[in-house]
Write a protein that binds this ligand. Structure first.
Ligand SMILES: [Fe+2]
Length: 311
């Protein structure tokens, strides 16, 4: 077989100077990555979520990324992230658990980027995508995800390899680790980044039943070298907009960039491709986090906001 390549990019979330908030460095880093991606000789790009900074609020951010990713010389397929569709659910009220994913936000993402979950074959690889943070939400979309994972996906034709992409990491340190405690300040970031039990084991069992070999995730913005757990290869992917959690793991790599995978008769091998330069800009405006409606001041915008957000 002639070797061929696919790519994985996550967390570009450039934001927009037409928004109520903006950080120039995120957009600069995305455009650096976009030009790099344009020069890749790849057949496919998998996007691991957080395409936008506020796509969960702004259709225009979703549409902008659809156009930019669509301008690449090869096709792409994306799963959403929490900035596109909302955060992981819990009943515990906390700074890290508001702005939870809604069905309406998922439907808006699907209108621009296609139905979720998805699975397709390219050459000898099956690619599948879910939004794992739906687990525990109780949304009809969650029921659909489980039915698809447990009944439909295992029945699809097998390929030589199966690659699954999800925005949240399935786990932080170890596949069978205990749940992280949202109410514990030392653990709430870990809670925010991964999938809780019992959903994690249920998801992993479904992946194993479908022959998943590689799991790609974003969200953390700190790359970690490949981890193998119970025979499955996990890649915590680099971010593109900005780095996070640089000191969490001794082997964590906060450099920005994306991942190149080469498929050959020997299997699938991965190479991290760092951005050649990371923006040092501190220009921008507006609040961080997940601000409520009354915290969004569009009069700060550097460029005219779309009429739809001013209604
Ligand atoms: Fe995220």
């Amino acid at each position: 077989m002639q070797p061929w390549r696919f790519l994985c990019a996550c967390d570009m979330q450039p934001g927009s100077p037409r928004s109520f908030r903006y950080a120039a460095k995120c957009r600069e880093n995305w455009y650096t990555a976009l030009e790099q991606l344009r020069d890749e000789e790849a057949e496919l790009l998998i996007v691991g979520g957080d395409l936008t900074r506020d796509g969960s609020i702004h259709d225009f951010e979703l549409e902008e990324l659809q156009a930019e990713l669509g301008s690449l010389p090869y096709p792409f397929r994306a799963v959403p992230g929490n900035m596109d569709t909302g955060n992981k659910h819990t009943d515990i009220a906390h700074l890290k658990s508001h702005a939870q994913v809604t069905g309406e936000q998922l439907d808006r993402f699907a209108q621009v980027f296609g139905e979720l979950p998805w699975s397709f074959m390219h050459r000898n690889v099956r690619f599948s995508g879910i939004y794992g943070a739906l687990a525990g939400s109780g949304l009809p979309h969650e029921e659909r995800m489980w039915q698809w994972l447990e009944e439909e996906l295992p029945a699809l034709p097998r390929a030589d390899h199966h690659v699954m992409v999800m925005h949240y990491a399935l786990f932080i340190d170890e596949l069978r680790e205990a749940n992280w405690d949202l109410t514990n300040p030392d653990e709430n970031t870990a809670w925010y980044f991964c999938i809780d039990e019992p959903h994690r084991s249920r998801m992993f069992a479904a992946m194993q039943a479908s022959g998943v070999e590689i799991v790609l995730s974003g969200h953390i913005h700190c790359r970690r070298p490949e981890q193998v757990a119970e025979g499955v290869r996990f890649f915590k992917c680099a971010g593109i907009a900005f780095p996070q959690w640089a000191d969490r793991w001794p082997d964590g790599d906060p450099r920005l960039g994306y991942h190149r995978f080469e498929v050959s008769d020997a299997g699938i091998s991965e190479t991290f491709v760092p951005l050649p330069v990371e923006s040092a800009s501190d220009e921008g405006y507006g609040p961080g986090g997940h601000p409520s409606v009354d915290q969004r001041d569009y009069s700060l915008a550097w460029e005219p906001p779309p009429a739809e957000v001013l209604d």
